[in-house]
Write a protein that binds this ligand. Structure first.
Ligand SMILES: *Cc1c(COP(=O)(O)O)cnc(C)c1O
Length: 411
């Protein structure tokens, strides 16, 4: 079967909520994937950083297979012999008292918002159901109705109202405005340490530290959504470590599932997490034994293979090499660790045609926010593989644009 057969199937029977790069993948191993026609590609998207460990990491697969032979799902109506171990491993690894296990990122964010609100009313004395949370322009925290309620992206909201109240939006990267927005009903701040979907936007240095100070000063909760930046991606296990700005509530997802299974979590200390009482919140699949086994293995591999350190060293190299490419098309190259964005100047159209050309040369990446090509390979990538990619990226960023459809300005 050729690619178009599979693409047509999705087109006909699937909701059209994505516009994929036209590549049909059928196999993956470490940083490489193969399409149904036998072509090989270097995966530089890593499922939006859910594949930090690479495709089908042998250790994670082994744990998954072993657990499949034993027990997969119990629900939280009963205990299981792995959940507590996972919670302990994750809590100690990230430095918090307690873990709330969920499945997807959006669920974890929703859960964090619920915990923060409950904490505000029962512990902090904010008037019941009157609290507000400050978020930042350009945010991406998932797709549920509450989360898109505070998105600043029109398309994410269009046609989905009425929206959840209780959020205030601050401009990106400006801690002073956040301070000014705080009122007596503010209970927390929710931000991504680096905005991934927003276009790999790195806030000014000192920003996270300032938010930490502001939150402590006003006794409100600092919540970091590290679903994309956490677990080694930016060159530290958690992006907050770059500024020693440990949040009160840490939200993880994506790579916590080791590239094989959805696992997310909210972390906080007892004083906060203990607001949840039996029956307050739940998830049928959250904390299931398969997820717990995979989550433990995912953390083990991060630590054993020092994937944070790899991301730091290789990311610095990759960023430097990308910045050295002299391209008329590029407006900016930025990022931290192996989370890198190349912003294309608007007069040359969007980043999409560049990503499509790269796919033809064997590199998978995806545009975000129209202008930015995001390069975020699995953290297990080797330097030679980055060099292999750089040759091709160089070609695409320096060759003339012939096809008028590719860009507004043809050179
Ligand atoms: C991907 C992502 C989410 C949403 O995760 P899902 O698993 O897709 O629900 C939330 N926040 C950030 C920062 C993300 O990158």
């Amino acid at each position: 079967m050729n690619s178009s057969y599979f693409m047509n199937l999705e087109e006909k029977y699937g909701a059209h909520n994505y516009k994929p790069i036209p590549v049909v993948i059928e196999r993956g191993e470490r940083v490489w994937v193969w399409d149904v026609e036998g072509n090989r590609y270097l995966d530089m998207l890593s499922a939006y950083s859910a594949l930090n460990h690479g495709h089908r990491h042998p250790k994670i697969l082994k744990v998954l297979k072993d657990q499949l032979e034993k027990l997969t799902l119990t629900s939280r109506a009963f205990y299981n012999d792995l959940l507590g171990k996972f919670e302990q491993r994750l809590a100690e690894f990230a430095g918090y008292d307690k873990v709330l296990p969920m499945n997807t990122g959006a669920e974890a964010v929703e859960s964090a918002l619920k915990i923060a609100r409950k904490w505000a009313y029962y512990k902090r004395g904010i008037t019941m159901n009157q609290g507000n949370i400050i978020v930042v322009e350009g945010n991406f925290h998932g797709r549920t109705i509450t989360i898109v309620s505070f998105s600043t992206e029109d398309q994410y909201k269009d046609g989905f109202g009425p929206f959840t109240p209780g959020f205030k939006v601050a401009p990106f990267g400006d801690a002073r405005v956040i301070r000014d927005l705080i009122d007596d009903k503010t209970l927390g701040i929710l931000v991504e340490p680096i905005q991934g979907e927003g276009g790999v936007r790195v806030p000014p240095e000192g920003y996270l530290k300032d938010l930490r100070a502001i939150s402590s000063e006003h006794k409100i909760l600092l919540m970091f959504d590290e679903i994309q930046t956490g677990l080694g991606r930016t060159g530290k296990m958690f992006a907050w470590q770059w500024e020693d700005a440990k949040p009160d509530v840490l939200i993880l997802g994506k790579a916590l599932g080791g590239g094989v299974y959805p696992v997310s979590a909210v972390l906080a200390n007892d004083e906060i997490m203990d607001v949840l009482k039996p029956g307050d919140h739940g998830s049928t699949f959250g904390g299931n034994p398969l997820a717990a086994a995979v989550g433990i293995a995912a953390i083990d591999v991060l630590v054993e293979e020092k994937l944070d350190q790899r991301a730091k060293e290789l990311g610095e190299y990759f960023l430097r090499q990308l910045r050295d490419i002299k391209s008329d098309y590029v407006k900016d190259v930025r990022g931290k660790g192996l989370l890198i964005g190349v912003e294309i100047k608007k007069e040359y159209g969007t980043a999409r045609p560049f990503c499509e050309k790269l796919a033809k040369l064997g590199i998978l990446c995806k545009e975000t926010h129209d202008q930015v090509a995001r390069f975020a390979p699995p953290l297990v990538i080797k330097k030679e593989e980055i060099d292999w990619a750089l040759e091709r990226i160089y070609k695409v960023l320096t060759e003339p644009i012939y096809n008028k459809g590719d860009a507004k300005k043809v050179v």
